[in-house]
Design a protein around this ligand. Sequence first.
Ligand SMILES: N[C@@H](CCC(=O)N[C@@H](CS)C(=O)NCC(=O)O)C(=O)O
Length: 324
Amino acid sequence: MGLLVEGKWQDDWYDTKKSAGKFQRQDASFRSNITPSQQANASRYQLYVSLACPWAHRTLIFRQLKSLQSLIDVTVVSPIMLQHGWEFAGDDGDKEPLYAASYLHQLYTKAKPDYSGRVTVPVLWDKTKGSLINNESADILRIFNNAFNHQTGNQLDFYPRALQASIDKVNEWVYHDINNGVYKAGFATTQTAYQEAFTALFKALDKAEQLLSEQRFLTGDYLTEADWRLFTTLIRFDAVYVGHFKCNQRRIADYPVLSNYLRSLYQLPGIADTVNWSHIKRHYYISHPMINPTQIVPAGPDLDFSASHNRGSWSLEQVVMKAS
Ligand SMILES: N[C@@H](CCC(=O)N[C@@H](CS)C(=O)NCC(=O)O)C(=O)O
């Protein structure tokens, strides 16, 4: 794991010394937008993901939900991320198709030769300009949600105007306490920092359990981006975060409502195909030797997300608002 400093790669683990052992996530740096009014051609973009990464996973799910599979090509990095950061080819990662790059950091310096910062997935790349459009999954979801509707005819709206205020509100606590919360617990280097993240995480999971016992989705009757943002953390939780990140007060399997909800989302068409257990487990257990020095990947637990659930039967068209 490392980062770029003025365009030069340095192999450095996260520095938690200045923050009392707390893991502090850096903001993404490439934040350009693509809007419906640009009538952009989706085929011009390439999406780089790790199948292990919950943030990248959101974008793959939106590519699926928004019928962009045949328009936006995906390149999958190798699951194992060590001294060179994310790599292409090897350990069943794809070859980098545009520039035959070996490492993701080479794309960052191609886009910005003096870039300083972390080299993260997902990356949305403009093949025509040879530039990095956006490396913030939250933005890429919004781009996929509406920028290419004219090409796909897919009008499903996961961030509808009427629900934006409640989606933003849910995203706020889900992001800080759950999505990033598991990382704050797992990457903490003091007991106090770990305990703080752990307490907030399970309080937020209890809140989600309660909320979803009263309504079908996080913001009510409609399925929105807020649900998908929670999904990618929940799906990894029992296999990885409970053990590797020490988030072990309860498993998702111990939350009846959250487990049924998770299965109901997993079973929607195309979603199971976006979940790759081999990449997920190998990435975390092998890529963080300071947490798991033996790099042994646990064989369990047995999980079956295709088992039946009690959240009712509905199709996407019935529970997702349409863009007007
Ligand atoms: N804010 C970013 C975070 C992405 C992120 O942190 N991705 C992780 C993988 S799960 C990564 O690439 N980490 C490499 C690093 O921090 O050096 C987003 O949501 O897109």
